[in-house]
Design a protein around this ligand. Sequence first.
Ligand code: KG4
Ligand code: ZN
Length: 326
Amino acid sequence: MIVLGIETSCDETAVAISKDYNILHSEVSTQTIHRKYGGVVPEIASREHEKLLNDMIHYTLSKVKILKSEIDGIAVTQGPGLAGTLITGVSFAKGLASGLKCDIIGVNHLEAHIFANFLADPNLEYPFICLLVSGGHTQIWLVKGLRDYKLMGETRDDAAGEAFDKGARILGLGYPGGPEIEMLSKKGDEKSIVFPKALMQNKNLEFSFSGIKTSLLYYIESHEVLCKEDVAASYQAAIIDTLITKLKWAMDKTNCKTCVIAGGVAANKRLRKFVKQKIKNEKVIFPKLSLCTDNAAMIAYLGELYLRRGYSSKIDFPVLPNMKLA
Ligand code: KG4
Ligand code: ZN
């Protein structure tokens, strides 16, 4: 089965082709235009998707030598995400599916992040714990099977990615903040400053990252001389250690022997290194870096999984900017 995946939930325009669960090609265009605004401008993002989609699809198909007429189904991100950018992708996908008379399926972006781990390890077995850490979400899921997910804990306020992005802005760094803080941290001493870690009692699986951002702000305002590298490293360590500790607690609680990490923050090298140290007796899986941040390979893969099981969407399905996972 050949499935075309389309992702436009935020500022990455992405297209990929999955054939029999193999990703033949994955194309991602990150809209750098937003950097000068310090965050994503939704109207600009929608316009950029409109400009790019057609050419990216043609390029991807020509790269893998597949004709449009050979496409069996189209998978497109239905939500969550920015309403305008989702509409751009979904409208485009619907037009294409109508023209080609093929199936279409609206895919949950968060679910696709989780399932990107099957591309990392096709032998991944249920049940497993997923730490889902993106720009808008920080959640721990018990994944028992396709469409069988139990939320074990999530953030009460900011997401981990958001804490990186806001922290970077406070430090005068660029957007997105995660890679910027990670880069600066390399030359810093992460033990130099103690930033607060919230909700660390009683094996609580909820998160809160708004306090650490405020304490970063206080720290910057109350110190005339700063070693930004030390600040970045200490800030990163506090966020990452919190994530790892709670992931371990979730593993202990469920007795699960496998965990996966999903979403943009999973690209963080300190997280990747220390999670393997802390959770050394169980299996830990990460997607490769290009499959952690937003991409269409995960959309095409999950779309194929659903289409093969007989699921598809009606052609008039709506976008769901606040789409939930369970
Ligand atoms: O999953 P994603 O690409 O988009 C959403 O669905 O939100 O996640 C984006 C988030 C941003 O907050 C970004 O700062 C963070 O992932 N991120 C990172 C790293 N790369 C991306 N955070 C920490 N370290 C990184 N290397
Ligand atoms: Zn994402």
